[in-house]
Design a protein around this ligand. Structure first.
Ligand code: FES
Length: 110
């Protein structure tokens, strides 16, 4: 397991939205109304980039087919026309003045 810094805390603000690539992981870090979320950057349905998704309360709605996922646990809230797994969410880790994520080094290179 290894800490991967994503950004300096001072850079985060409401409406912050930034995509990161760590080896084979593509992550999306966002802040809304003071809350921060870290999720996979592509929709589990058909892989559309979630950078263009809309946020409603504590959920995210993909702009492609409007499947909606909880930002808390990634569960699928809306959109069941085709089988779809939940959205992968990641725990945010703070280290000093940085915000980041802990990933399994092997998983990061999958
Ligand atoms: S690709 Fe996101 S809802 Fe279909």
């Amino acid at each position: 397991m290894r800490f991967y810094p994503l950004d300096k805390l001072i850079n985060l603000h409401d409406d912050y939205l930034r995509q990161f690539k760590i080896d084979n992981h593509q992550l999306l870090l966002m802040q809304r109304l003071g809350e921060r979320f870290l999720i996979e950057a592509h929709c589990p349905h058909r892989g559309h980039p979630l950078v263009s998704a809309s946020l409603v309360n504590r959920s995210i709605e993909c702009s492609q087919h409007h499947y909606q996922f909880s930002l808390d646990d990634g569960s699928l809230l809306q959109g069941r026309e085709e089988p779809c797994r939940g959205l992968r969410t990641f725990e945010i880790v703070y280290q000093g003045n940085e915000i980041g994520v802990i990933l399994d080094e092997e998983a990061a290179q999958d």
